[in-house]
Design a protein around this ligand. Sequence first.
Ligand code: NAP
Length: 227
Amino acid sequence: MKSVLIVGGSNGIGKSLVKILLETTKVFSISRSSSGIEHPNFNEFACDVLTDELPSIDAIDALVYCPGSINLKPISRLSQQDFSNDFSINVLGAVTVIQKYLPVLKQSTAPAILMFSSVAVKMGMPFHASVAASKGAVDGLVKSLAAELAPLIRVNAIAPTLTNTNLASKLLRNDRLKEMSAERHPLKKYLQPEEVAQMAKFLISENASAMSGQIIEMDCGIVNLKV
Ligand SMILES: NC(=O)c1ccc[n+]([C@@H]2O[C@H](COP(=O)([O-])OP(=O)(O)OC[C@H]3O[C@@H](n4cnc5c(N)ncnc54)[C@H](OP(=O)(O)O)[C@@H]3O)[C@@H](O)[C@H]2O)c1
């Protein structure tokens, strides 16, 4: 049975991925709070990737790094600390985890790493300066590592648009905001975590063995379509 480590399996897209993988895969999760999921194939570690020592895991075929941020403010109100916090959780946390588990991943026959970017890198949106800068760095990290770790380890990212998780709960806090959010996307919808998790499942599987160094946009049309 394959083993997948999901950093951020307690909530959002990561939790959806845990649920999709559990029956066929040994799943490890690292997060600060518990997912509440109990299953013989599931092990979770209570751990803050920015401050705590990471647990040892013997075998990992795929590593998925989910932690991220949506810290939207005008540039006049974004502090250096805001930029630093966003960089820490989006980029440095991923680097820490990748460095820790790289030797274990290298023992797999077809290892994969998956990170999360955002549509805000390709499409300029007001108030996104800090998160867009950090997610732009994620894109650079993905491309660089994909080249460095080829041909053994594939490295990709998903760049989702607005997704219905706790992270985006302020932006989707009432029916009016939900309607407006769907309306501004050409496909008249925003994302549910389950559909992003299905893409994640594909990208870490051997069905995606031809894909590395890619930032897959799940944009409901907002970046790529003008209708
Ligand atoms: N939701 C959106 O609209 C959206 C849009 C574009 C991009 N994205 C990106 O997609 C990714 C997943 O988003 P999501 O909406 O699923 O996020 P989420 O609901 O906030 O889930 C993030 C997961 O990461 C864990 N986590 C956060 N900080 C951690 C830390 N310091 N140490 C360990 N675990 C930590 C959280 O668990 P604990 O809190 O229990 O630690 C949680 O399980 C993120 O990178 C996000 O930036 C999301």
